[in-house]
Design a protein around this ligand. Structure first.
Ligand SMILES: [Zn+2]
Ligand SMILES: [Zn+2]
Length: 247
């Protein structure tokens, strides 16, 4: 299984990084994890054709994690001429939030006759959902977004890939990433307890309990980026846009 970091930045362009988006290529399937506003820019840089992606999983309904769906919709219609179905999987209310965002930014875009099926699947806390050979289980995150915010645990290709989404520390982040082959964890600051986000010092204190084989730190704000060289734990990989990992 191959993971490509399409974007690993925070919401504010820290470090010149694109917003959250990961591309996963597994046996028989491909999918995205989150689709920040800059997702199409990242996919274009990497030469990944959006028409080859049948499923997009969304951790929570903040613009830097789902707004790219709006540009995706317009691109699919007018540029990519999409015909393959697209399934978007995310928190309760995702279709309504997507429609509001799309109509605000490209008025009339959701009413156009599409050449492909666009479906939405809502997640329920700690309930596994199977979509296109991927099993996803959402765990509660502590991060207000006007809908449930989730950490996502993916079982695919006999591997476990987990993603914290955005979250302050909450114990459900442990089962979300327990024993994962790779746990992508947001790391907004180096130390302290940032509101609704994590710091490296908090993550470090819980790594033993989580027991993930590898950790990738992501969603770093400028102060964390400046100190990321101080993270020397051998289990940890620091995310970079364009980074490719074999899982
Ligand atoms: Zn975010
Ligand atoms: Zn967020």
């Amino acid at each position: 299984m191959k993971l490509t970091v399409v974007g690993c930045g925070d919401a504010f362009g820290s470090g010149g990084r694109l917003q959250t988006c990961y591309h996963v290529e597994a046996a028989g399937t491909r999918f995205l994890i989150d689709c920040g506003a800059t997702a199409l820019i990242g996919l274009s840089r990497l030469g990944i054709d959006p028409n080859t992606i049948p499923t997009i999983f969304i951790s929570h309904l903040h613009g830097d994690h789902f707004a790219g769906l709006v540009w995706w919709l317009v691109h699919a219609q007018h540029v990519a001429k999409r015909i393959v179905p697209l399934t978007v999987v995310g928190p309760e209310g995702i279709e309504a939030r997507f429609t509001v965002a799309a109509e605000a930014l490209f008025s009339g875009s959701t009413g156009v006759q599409r050449r492909y099926d666009l479906g939405f699947v809502e997640l329920a806390k700690e309930t596994p959902t199977d979509v296109d050979q991927v099993r996803v289980t959402p765990f509660e995150a502590k991060h207000p977004s006007g809908a449930p915010s989730y950490a996502l645990r993916f079982e695919v290709d006999s591997k476990v890939l987990s993603f914290s989404g955005d979250s302050e520390w909450v114990d459900s982040l442990v089962p979300a990433g327990q024993g994962a082959d790779l746990y992508i964890i947001e790391c907004y600051q180096f130390d302290g307890a940032p509101r609704f986000h994590l710091s490296w010092k908090t993550i470090e204190a819980h790594l033993g309990r989580i027991g993930a084989k590898r950790i990738m730190l992501t969603h770093m704000a400028e102060p964390m980026l400046a100190r990321r060289g101080e993270v020397t734990d051998p289990r940890v990989v620091l995310a970079e846009d364009g980074l490719v990992l074999d899982i």
